[in-house]
Design a binder for this molecule. Structure first.
Ligand code: LCS
Length: 396
């Protein structure tokens, strides 16, 4: 499919990145090769000089990986993609490409724990300064800007508090201060939110989640908005080396064919589950962008096509109450990760965000009894019935 055609996301999910190939295969072939032959010495020299047609070496570029990169770049309405070995590899590559000693980063307070640690522990070792800020409050972001601010890094909705940042306002603020806006779009996927169209400069994803959707691959991707940024990022990824292999690229590309359809079902299931949770006597608070009680409900309707499949909720009884629910569910699987077809449940304080330490965790609004649910595409009534019987056990 040609990228210049304005198809809908449902159509793009099926066709994007699948271009003509030697044998006119309907799905992209898996080029499971580490290296590619040159026709002759001149051809090899041309490719190394950035001229001519062909591939050199899979760490640099591979046709199967490139097909996936093109597909997601089209869905994000970006220029080009760079598939990485994990979401963390993608995030690391962006920071490694753009930061140097003395630079300052503003990062959302609500981010995946290891992203926080990557900045707070690894990049500070190299002289980078970091401020963690509630980016859902634009005045707080404005106040955190310094003359050396190079990147504003936003996760929206944030993991696991589902805090929503105004992307258009964040982009304007970044650009007014000669900084880049980098957005982790993992929780929405491009089917629900396209940060580049709202002014972001770079988008990252954990492919492990909604984009792949089947809990069988770990991967990441960076989407660049223009050729200059793509070249900077590709040059860095070629040196850091955290690429995605052809087989995993093929699997993620296959998963994307059902992205638009899956996201519709994730959203409608999560809406029903959130409404059920909100009226259960053993649930103290439900955080879900699709509920009017979410502080940025109106903003979410403006910048997202749907509320997503992630719900956080606080059960009565704190840590013990949460543990009781997790030990009582039967259909919902007790596991970290998210965005797959199966419903997963986990406890951020003791799992994904344990690495942050309690004090910092509480500052990031991740309370002891917070439970995170990644609502799958099962029958919504059966997910609700499972949660109902588990929540009822808190009193027993
Ligand atoms: N960004 C977000 C928003 C994430 O949720 C994760 C992983 C990553 C980046 C990193 O991606 P990875 O390297 O794992 O592909 N989130 C996880 C979570 O909440 N539970 O387990 C992994």
């Amino acid at each position: 499919m040609h990228s210049d055609k304005k198809y809908s996301d449902a159509t793009k999910s099926v066709h994007a990145g699948i271009t003509d190939n030697e044998h006119l295969a309907v799905v992209p072939p898996i080029y499971q090769t580490s290296t590619f032959k040159f026709h002759n010495a001149d051809h090899g020299a041309d490719l190394f000089a950035g001229k001519g047609e062909g591939y050199i070496y899979t760490r640099m570029l591979n046709p199967t990986v490139q097909a996936l990169e093109d597909a997601i770049a089209q869905l994000e309405e970006g220029h080009k993609g760079l598939a990485c070995g994990s979401g963390m590899a993608a995030i690391h590559t962006v920071f490694a490409a753009y930061l140097q000693q003395g630079d300052h980063v503003i990062c959302s307070e609500a981010v995946y724990g290891p992203t926080n640690t990557l900045l707070a522990k690894l990049f500070t070792k190299f002289g980078v300064e970091v401020s963690f800020v509630d980016t859902d409050k634009m005045e707080a972001v404005q106040q955190a800007v310094q003359p050396n601010t190079k990147i504003i890094y936003v996760e929206t909705p944030g993991n696991p508090t589902l805090a929503i940042t105004d992307l258009r306002a964040a982009a304007d603020l970044a650009h007014a201060n000669n900084a880049l806006l980098v957005v982790d779009n993992t929780f929405s996927s491009p089917a629900l939110q396209k940060p580049l169209t709202l002014g972001a400069d770079i988008v990252v994803h954990s492919l492990t989640k909604f984009l792949n959707g089947h809990a069988d691959v770990v991967g990441g991707i960076i989407i660049a908005k223009d050729e200059e940024s793509y070249k900077t990022l590709r040059g860095t990824l070629n040196l850091t080396g955290g690429i995605l292999g052809p087989m995993n690229s093929f699997l993620v590309h296959r998963g994307i064919k059902t992205l638009a359809m899956r996201m519709e079902r994730h959203c409608s299931n999560a809406q029903k589950v959130a409404e059920f949770l909100e009226q259960h006597p053993n649930v103290e608070k439900v955080i879900f962008p699709g509920l009017p009680s979410h502080p940025q409900h109106e903003l979410s309707k403006k910048q997202m096509k749907g509320p997503g499949g992630m719900i956080s909720f606080e059960v009565k009884g704190g840590v013990e109450g949460g543990k009781k629910v997790m030990d009582s569910v039967e259909l919902c699987q007790l596991a970290v990760s998210l965005g797959g077809v199966e419903t997963l449940i986990q406890h951020p304080a003791s799992m994904t965000h344990a690495i942050m330490g309690r004090e910092q965790r509480l500052e990031a609004h991740i309370t002891d009894g917070l439970v995170r649910l990644s609502v799958g595409i099962e029958d919504p009534d059966e997910i609700i019935a499972d949660l109902q019987q588990a929540l009822d056990k808190i009193d027993q």
